[in-house]
Design a protein around this ligand. Sequence first.
Ligand code: AMP
Length: 197
Amino acid sequence: MTQAKHNVVIFLGPPGAGKGTQAERLAQDKDLVKISTGDILRDHVTRGTELGQQVKPILDAGQLVPDEILIALIRDKLAGMDQVRVIFDGFPRTTAQAQELDMLLEELGAPVSAVPLLDVPDDVLIGRIVERGRQASARGEAVRSDDTEEVARRRQEIYREQTQPLIDYYSARGNLYRVNGVGSMDEVYGRIQGGLN
Ligand code: AMP
């Protein structure tokens, strides 16, 4: 199996499903660049850039940042690459974003190759998010402003309304596969890898 087989991977799944962690590991293994829109936006907030100031209240409330902002961010990221070998974590989150991404990737000649969907039951998700906040705090790290139970619940709702339709969108293209996201990090990673071949 050559590395060239999977050049564009999209991780789908609700907040707290483990997309970031798993995407990071896969990126290292396959020598892909992980693009996490949440990380990019949080970095802008931390640096206090104009964009950061604009999106901070949206992130704090657990709402989605407008599509145009995300699309411009991604367009920028991809434009700076010699070859497109990427894993998306947290993007796309709406049908409009997915359609724009398809057009962009078509221009670049690098279509989506695999879409692992991490399946985790709702009650487990909220527990994981709250625990993530608790652990960051125990390590003396900054706690994400949206890792509170109330905002976590809103993020799940928004996922169901706005992002879940992407499951059908990518199923119809034949590159989505479901992964049971409950288990150890290694177990889940093994399932993700199994689905890639
Ligand atoms: P995440 O780290 O992926 O959970 O993202 C954290 C927050 O960043 C989300 O709750 C949104 O406010 C914002 N965000 C990240 N990615 C997107 C996206 N693709 N579209 C809209 N908002 C996003």
